[in-house]
Design a protein around this ligand. Structure first.
Ligand code: AOF
Ligand code: ZN
Length: 367
């Protein structure tokens, strides 16, 4: 077997932690001795042991002379758990293959260096691109301290997100909708505008068995969210943050009494300052947000430069209607060369629908 085979196994292990590890990275580890996998494991949940430690602790065989394949550079710091370098050095493992380096300033090359100083051979950059792709959220969050924002919308082939009467259930088929539920599990937060809350009264939860609900974030400049809305009514069970410029204590208290958290954000023009909101959410440990915006919020988010990726679901149908809503509204740009540019499209068919995943170009440059 070649090196990439074992690293791919480690990547498959890492993916099992999806949605549960945030704001930590997904990490997988495989231990190989004489061409045979003798242990493999992953980082299961934020705050619990790291992948390498799990794989070593679960290994039933002697690890002397074995090789470790790990998707992220082993840590060398005391965080919520002891350093992985320590247990690797005690284990007898002789060679470590690393997928991607850890940009966390507490690690950042020091983990690999420490292993080398202790006579362990270290090879870096195995399946590096796949390992970088795996943890786009973590790499963004550790560098910028703001959430990785993914704008998601579903539209018809003629670019509508609702009919001329505003009806939108459903645009895409069941398979695509199930995948959206998986995104709600994967990302830590879900964000919508008050317009969407008023129009659809969504729950913004993950309906998949054994998965987790995202933290709900409602952008509501003037605090218009009805106290009777689904989100407010269930705020005691599912964390719900209302981001608002309204500072009147009496008004905000009514929401707090229902279990909502109020996040006060200054105005930027007519709406709350989304960059400021992202900094505040980042400080609360939210590393990623699925933006199920509504057309107005989508435009504000693009304009503020907070969006890193876009998920476009396209259904094989057309609604027509000159007033039927499109995914991004706001004022719009005046000239084609002022467009928000997208890049790196990945196209897939999901049931009868098409999914295009893009990166937002300006954010790519910034990374
Ligand atoms: C993980 N899982 O498998 C590896 C990580 O607070 P701690 O102790 O959980 O440390 C978190 C940091 O450890 C994280 O930011 C990353 O830099 C490093 N490696 N983290 O959660 C793992 N190997
Ligand atoms: Zn570690």
């Amino acid at each position: 077997m070649d090196l990439t085979y074992y690293m791919k196994e480690a990547i498959e292990e890492a993916k099992k932690g999806e949605g549960f590890v945030n704001p930590n990275p997904m990490v997988g580890a495989v231990i190989v001795k004489q061409g045979r996998i003798i242990s493999k494991d992953y980082h299961h949940k934020c705050g619990e042991y790291h992948a390498e430690r799990n794989a070593i602790l679960n290994c039933k065989e002697d690890m002397h002379g074995a090789e470790l394949y790990v998707t992220l550079e082993p840590c060398c710091h005391y965080g919520k758990t002891p350093p992985c370098t320590e247990i690797i050095m005690e284990s007898g493992i002789q060679k470590v293959y690393i997928g991607s380096m850890d940009p966390n300033p507490l690690v950042a090359g020091k983990g690999a260096e420490l292993l080398r100083q202790h006579g362990i051979e270290v090879v870096t950059g195995i399946c590096e691109q796949e390992c970088l792709d795996l943890n786009q959220v973590f790499f963004h969050y550790i560098r910028h301290k703001t959430p990785y924002v993914v704008m998601k919308y579903a539209m018809t082939a003629d670019g509508k997100i609702a009919t001329c009467t505003g009806a939108s259930k459903w645009i895409t088929g069941e398979a695509a909708r199930e995948q959206v539920q998986m995104s709600r599990h994967r990302y830590m937060g879900i964000m919508a505008g008050v317009g969407t809350v008023l129009a659809d009264n969504p729950r913004l939860t993950c309906r998949l068995e054994g998965k987790k609900n995202p933290i709900r974030i409602i952008c509501d400049t003037h605090l218009r969210t009805p106290l009777t809305s689904e989100a407010v009514q269930t705020a005691r069970e599912i964390p719900t943050i209302i981001a608002t410029a309204e500072t009147d204590g009496e008004k905000t208290e009514a929401y707090q009494n229902m279990g909502c958290q109020i996040c006060n954000v200054p105005l930027s023009g007519e709406h709350i300052d989304l960059n400021c909101l992202m900094q505040k959410l980042g400080r609360r440990g939210i590393d990623s947000i699925l933006l199920e915006g509504g057309a107005e919020l989508n435009y504000s988010a693009l304009k503020s430069g907070i969006v890193q990726a876009v998920l476009t679901y396209i259904a094989p149908k057309m609604f027509g209607g000159r007033d039927a809503k499109t995914p991004v509204a706001g004022a719009g740009v005046a000239l084609p060369d002022q467009a928000f540019m997208l890049d790196s499209p990945k196209i897939r068919q999901i049931g009868e629908d098409i999914l295009v995943e893009w990166k937002v170009k300006s954010c790519l440059r910034e990374l």
